[in-house]
Design a binder for this molecule. Structure first.
Ligand code: HEM
Length: 506
């Protein structure tokens, strides 16, 4: 039976662990002024823009722990608050992900760390809902994205063709800029270009809207960026007890915030408009739900899915630009590829390795939040157990799980965990995302696995393939430094020198 509030606080005051089982998580101190930690282990106004550093703090000194449980599972337990458990243990991440859903005793997605997204999109979305509401959302929203729908030859062909046309039109503009630069190369930040392609692919090609390319790049992408920045600020400010909308206008970003919100609403309406004409994805969408009821999910796709696919492609190109040998091998594989159909994607083994390795080392969604609805026993495949009390905030920290030597290092994969090494995936059916025993959780796992995986994978493979075919890229900063908000991104926005490949000159 779950402990009462009094029992919990009494236990917390005595410093007793809230967990039971063979896995014993290590305790993290709230304040440790002389421990040399990079930050405090909770978000506050001075560190909220560096969530990866907050996660680093949880694992500060953890490698000295003798037990696997304490090394990879850390918790904060402050009297009066619910415990917070951060895990970078793939066995625990897998077990919790598999036991997330709407059945009695299963885990919920914890909505605390995604509160800003839910307030911006509306709560009735596939991302923010739990229990019966989530099941109903999934049955309505997910089918058009399913492999069985998307990979029907005529549907796939249509999307692939329009996606490819969008990517090549945008790249043609970049190609012209490189040529006009007069010198052999052009220095450019690739991330805004990628985001414009991803937004256009989703809104125009997938949903059938008719936004002008230049408007997407110059008007919609900046508005979306500002809007997403507001979501991150709102999430943190709200943790301090005050939602952003209750603050004065100047603290919310003033006129620019109002303008970006209005633009975002316009984008949402433009995405829904083709429904009445039965165009794009809407042809596959079997529901009589009114447009108004679909808006929260459309907003979530615009804010979340575009962000995730931009991060993924941006990281892939940043890694390729920093690793000339990888780039050359990839170029040799894609130089003659015109079409990205399911057969081609299967054949492009090295592209599969590059994408898998990108997902592993630099996952776009870097933590997956969960919450047990009752005191819950977790059982790993190896027979280890962990009891997590009802209401515990769990962050499954895939960023740190995926770059730890214990899980992905030389002894396990033949390559260092902190290095970008696509070769580690060779011969492991790299066209699939992660194998049964090597799971990077880039698209999640279990019932709340990403429904947009097939769409996202096609978009990213196509953009990465098309860029590498056209340009030789050289990174300005090959350190792999990251910034993080809703998703992770290369810190420099993928600043590269672009040089036209010989066969792409006119
Ligand atoms: C290509 C890059 C993408 C990446 C890396 C990605 C990653 C993820 C991950 C890791 C999750 C699971 C989170 C968790 O377990 O808490 C997820 C869920 C989700 N994704 Fe994606 N995603 C991508 C693209 C998309 C696209 C294109 C769409 C739709 C247009 C989409 C829609 C969703 C939705 C609705 C969920 C929630 C599913 C649920 O809770 O049942 N994603 N995504």
């Amino acid at each position: 039976m779950a402990a009462t509030w009094m029992q919990r606080v009494w236990r917390q005051v005595r410093g007793k662990s809230p967990f039971e089982g063979t896995i014993v998580p290590g305790r993290v101190a709230l304040f440790a002024p002389f421990a040399g930690r990079p930050s405090l282990p909770f978000p506050h106004p001075w560190n909220y823009q560096e969530p990866l550093v907050i996660l680093d703090t949880f694992f500060h000194g953890a490698d000295k722990e003798a037990s696997h449980g304490a090394r990879h599972n850390r918790y904060l337990d402050v009297p009066g608050f619910m415990p917070v458990l951060i895990t970078r243990d793939p066995a625990i991440i897998k077990a919790i992900s598999a036991a997330t859903g709407d059945k009695p005793g299963q885990f919920d997605r914890d909505t605390l760390p995604i509160g800003g997204i839910a307030r911006a999109t509306g709560k009735r979305t596939l991302i923010a809902s739990n229990g019966a509401e989530w099941r109903a959302q999934k049955q309505t929203v997910a089918p058009p994205f399913a492999k069985s729908t998307l990979f029907q030859p005529e549907i796939f062909e249509e999307f692939e063709k329009t996606f490819r046309a969008t990517a090549s039109q945008r790249l043609e503009l970049v190609r012209q800029r490189v040529q006009q630069a007069g010198s052999s190369s052009l220095r450019l930040q690739l991330e805004p270009e990628i985001k414009a392609v991803m937004l256009e692919m989703l809104v125009n090609n997938f949903f059938g809207a008719r936004l002008a390319s230049e408007d997407v790049r110059t008007r919609d992408v900046p508005a979306l960026d500002f809007f997403i920045d507001g979501i991150v600020r709102d999430t943190v400010v709200n943790m301090a007890g005050c939602p952003l909308h209750k603050l004065p206008a100047w603290m919310r970003g003033g006129a620019k915030a109002t303008e970006s919100r209005a633009r975002f609403e316009q984008l949402t309406s433009s995405t829904l408009e083709p429904r009445a004409r039965g165009e794009g994805l809407w042809r596959q969408f079997k529901s009589d739900a009114p447009d108004e009821a679909l808006k929260p999910n459309i907003r979530a796709f615009l804010a979340g899915a575009v962000e995730a696919s931009t991060s993924y492609a941006a990281w892939a190109l940043a890694h390729v630009a920093s690793n000339p040998a990888v780039q050359e091998r990839l170029y040799n594989e894609v130089r003659d590829v015109e079409e990205y159909n399911p057969e081609t994607l299967k054949r492009l083994e090295y592209l599969g390795c590059v994408l898998n390795e990108t997902m592993r080392l630099t996952p776009a969604l870097y933590f997956h939040p969960r919450r047990p609805t009752v005191d819950t026993w977790i059982h790993t495949d190896a027979g280890q157990t962990l009891m997590v009390p009802e209401g515990t905030h769990i962050l499954m920290d895939v960023w740190h799980a995926n770059r730890h030597e214990d899980h992905w290092g030389v002894a396990v994969t033949g390559h260092r965990a902190d290095k970008f090494a696509p070769e580690r995936w060779l011969g492991r059916d790299a066209t699939e995302l992660g194998t049964r025993d090597w799971m990077h959780f880039g698209y999640g796992h279990g019932p709340r696995f990403c429904p947009g995986k097939n769409l996202g994978q096609l978009e990213v493979a196509l953009v990465v393939g098309a860029v590498v075919k056209l340009f030789e890229l050289r990174a300005m900063d090959a350190s792999g430094a990251a910034r993080a908000g809703v998703s992770t991104k290369p810190a420099d926005g993928v600043l590269v020198d672009l040089r036209l490949r010989e066969n792409s000159r006119e």
